[in-house]
Write a protein that binds this ligand. Structure first.
Ligand code: ATP
Ligand code: FE2
Length: 341
């Protein structure tokens, strides 16, 4: 591989965030600007979010360029989140990326959103070859690198853990009018809980299910028999134990020596604590990722753009269609060494 100099601008738009990052070929992050669509009703409305993205795109791109101190002509490559995600949101980001690439006459790269979470987590934390737990509003994945790809060791069979937490919190009327994420509101209540109420614990093989526990927790709530703090405590202990169990089994199976936690739910202190204790029991190091890079962001797309560009993984504009269900384990990762080899 030749050593090259240059900069990649990356656009993230899989769901409710429109993010633009600029990263140098050496991995220096020059800009990371984000504009989030927030609906009053909760949840995401794909078309409304896409309309938001189209409205803010130009401003966010200009702001990222301005912060980076670069002129548009200094960019070498444009990357965008090609999937998985919501169709209208993905298409809006892709349209902006194609327009930029063709206007500047530079190559285009389609990036897998889940790969991007792992790679930026590694870049920021310094982890080299971790078992990654990526937990957010739309994803629940335990993955690790093996034989050229990030293999999925466990994932949710139904809803994502962040979605489970948010639906429960809304049912409980928590966080009304608050600016904090609902998961953070549940975390604060849980910290005051003392009594553990048993809830369904659903790990099937290496996969997880959160819909049963959601229904059971909502019915506990409606029974009126328990304190909200105890319900939040029991709910968190159960879902985080499930996540820790699957991550632990992936760690034991792969014999890796690092655990990386990322995604919005990854800012939860109780989850961090459980994973850290588990990692230490296996002589592994635990790494977490600061929020700016654990949540959806443009820098992660730009960084995978850099890695991909160095291996010639550009795509022609007429083949740059978005992939709504693009799985992490479909993507070949030539830039990671095979540690097992
Ligand atoms: P993705 O497209 O990656 O699925 P997303 O926008 O749905 O992204 P994130 O922004 O990464 O998700 O994360 C949002 C989720 O994180 C929400 O479900 C939110 O409640 C949860 N969350 C945020 N802070 C905490 C916390 N302290 N504890 C638990 N959950 C949290
Ligand atoms: Fe994400």
């Amino acid at each position: 591989m030749r050593k090259q100099e240059g900069y990649c601008l990356g656009i993230e738009s899989t769901a409710d965030d429109f993010g633009v990052g600029i990263v140098s070929f050496e991995g220096e992050i020059l800009a990371n600007v984000n504009d989030a669509y927030r609906s009053d009703k909760g949840g995401i409305h794909p078309r409304e979010a896409a309309r938001h993205h189209a409205r803010v795109a130009e401003r966010v791109i200009m702001e990222a360029l301005c912060r980076s101190g670069l002129k548009p002509e200094e960019l070498s490559v444009i990357a965008f989140s090609q999937g998985p995600g919501l169709g209208p949101c993905l298409r809006t980001g892709a349209t902006a990326a194609r327009a930029l690439a063709s206007y500047l006459g530079i190559p285009l790269i389609g990036v897998n959103h889940c790969v991007a979470h792992i790679e930026i987590g590694k870049l920021i934390s310094g982890a080299r070859d971790p078992v990654t737990l990526y937990v957010s509003g739309g994803n629940t994945i335990v993955a690790a690198f093996e034989a050229g790809r990030y293999r999925i060791f466990g994932e949710t069979l139904d809803i994502a853990v962040g979605n489970c937490i948010d639906v429960f919190a809304r049912e409980a009327g928590l966080g009304l009018g608050e600016k904090q994420p609902l998961g953070r509101v549940v975390e604060e209540k849980a910290a005051k809980g003392e009594k553990f109420i048993p809830l369904p614990y659903t790990v099937k093989g290496m996969d997880l299910s959160f819909s049963g526990i959601l229904t059971a927790t909502v019915s506990l709530l409606k029974s009126g028999k328990y304190q909200i703090e105890d319900i939040c405590f029991s709910f968190q202990e159960t879902i985080f134990s499930m996540l820790t169990e699957v991550t632990e089994r992936a760690l034991a199976h792969t014999e890796k020596k690092e655990v990386l936690l990322t995604g919005g739910v990854g800012s939860n202190n109780r989850l961090k604590e459980m994973l850290k204790v588990m990692a230490e029991e296996h002589d592994a190091t635990f790494y977490s990722v600061p929020k700016e890079y654990a949540l959806d962001n443009g820098a992660m797309i730009a960084w995978v753009g850099v890695l991909s560009y160095k291996y010639g993984l550009t795509i022609p504009i007429n083949k740059s269609f978005v992939k709504l269900k693009w799985r992490l384990d479909e993507v070949e990762i030539p830039w990671v060494e095979n540690h097992a080899d």
